[in-house]
Design a protein around this ligand. Structure first.
Ligand SMILES: NC(=O)c1ccc[n+]([C@@H]2O[C@H](COP(=O)([O-])OP(=O)(O)OC[C@H]3O[C@@H](n4cnc5c(N)ncnc54)[C@H](OP(=O)(O)O)[C@@H]3O)[C@@H](O)[C@H]2O)c1
Length: 339
């Protein structure tokens, strides 16, 4: 176990301003409970020597804010909310103070959480911590199904059910970034937003038949890969919509778990069906998925080809309202809870 002696350096903070900052930090800081900080002179350039001046070890991470800029100060405090506060024994390659996003096994409604090191991801360059928090769950779910399992290739057609969901908004963007044609299903109010994310065709599942619409759009071929969150209610039609050698990846059962399927149809398509959940995967498998996401998805995020789609952010205390919002299905993308 290790812990940095100084977590924060505020430069340009002296006298009364420094006192105000001290009070602000004491009230808002959510990281290591034994917070210590130092007020460093007025020049940012002097920060390198600040470590020496305050006796902090050379590897102490310094989070910098300009005391004359309230936005910068707030951003600094926000940053401290998703840093590593403790590194477990035997863990290498990570340090206290490192900014990270993580795939959790559960228990995310918390101010502090223990995470296996293999499930950590760096915050992608150019993204805030809040934006990064919207990514690991959807990125790991979509990559593990659409890429790792179903092997979506450039030029193929991907059908994403529930395009307006957190999962769906990510899958549409990943499909486009990989060079696929993307068809998606959603209620009408979300169509404009999903076209904006790159969807080539959006089908209103409440009024139109997605099988006919997808076949029409693809000249009768159908979808090479289907990412499904509906389950039983769509099983037969998901197989009908498959192109030859198509892959159906089921990740949700919103429309039930038990269904009847014409296996002759599946055989005629030479189709494959999988049903996987992230949560049930073992630690090593989760680490493998996270490594795949870091290798293949993070560069697309850093290049701006995939953006976190955040509908709203609410404080942790408003978790019930957040659930009600998601249940209303009026959201597009993720709803984030902030500690
Ligand atoms: N297996 C895994 O590893 C894994 C991991 C994460 C999530 N999931 C599953 O993935 C699904 C999406 O999760 P989320 O949190 O991103 O969901 P979410 O934001 O709560 O959205 C649910 C979505 O379901 C859509 N929907 C409902 N009925 C539909 C239908 N008949 N046809 C097409 N779309 C329909 C809604 O679309 P409209 O609003 O347009 O009606 C809405 O966009 C959930 O079922 C969840 O359990 C699975």
């Amino acid at each position: 176990m290790s812990s940095s002696k100084f977590d924060i350096v505020v430069y340009g903070a002296t006298g009364f301003t420094g006192q105000l900052i001290a009070e602000y930090l004491a009230a808002n800081y959510k990281g290591d409970a034994s917070l210590k900080w130092a007020m460093a002179g007025r020049s940012k350039d002097k920060l390198a020597s600040v470590r020496d001046a305050i006796g902090a070890p050379a590897d102490t991470p310094l989070i910098v804010a300009d005391a004359s800029d309230p936005a910068s100060l707030k951003a600094m405090v926000d940053q401290t909310k998703s840093v590593i506060s403790t590194v477990g024994p035997g863990v290498t390659g990570h340090h206290v103070g490192e900014r990270v996003a993580a795939l959790l096994a559960g228990g995310g409604y918390a101010e502090q959480v223990a995470v296996p090191a293999g499930q950590l991801l760096p915050v992608p360059t150019g993204l805030s911590l809040q934006e990064a928090a919207a990514l690991p769950e959807v990125a790991c779910t979509v990559w593990s199904n659409v890429v790792d399992l179903a092997r979506l290739r450039k030029g193929e057609t991907l059908l994403v059910h529930g395009g307006g969901s957190g999962i769906g908004t990510f899958a549409i963007q990943l499909g486009k970034a990989l060079g696929a044609t993307v068809v998606t299903t959603a209620r009408a109010a979300k169509h404009e937003g999903l076209t904006g994310l790159g969807a080539d065709l959006v089908v209103d599942y409440t009024t139109d038949d997605f099988v006919a619409a997808t076949k029409d759009f693809t000249g009768g071929r159908g979808a090479d890969v289907v990412l499904d969150i509906v389950g039983a209610k769509y099983l037969q039609r998901n197989v009908e919509v498959l192109a030859p050698d198509g892959r159906l990846a089921i990740i949700g059962f919103q429309g039930g778990r038990t269904a009847e399927l014409d296996l002759g149809l599946l055989m005629a398509r030479r189709g494959r069906i999988s049903a996987t959940g992230l949560r049930a995967r073992g630690l090593a498998d989760k680490a493998r998925v996270v490594a795949g996401v870091r290798r293949e998805v993070w560069p697309l995020v850093e290049a701006g080809a995939i953006k976190p789609i955040v509908h709203d952010t609410l404080p942790l205390a408003a978790a019930q309202a957040a659930h009600e919002l998601v249940e209303s299905s009026e959201h597009l993308g993720k709803v984030l809870l902030l500690p």
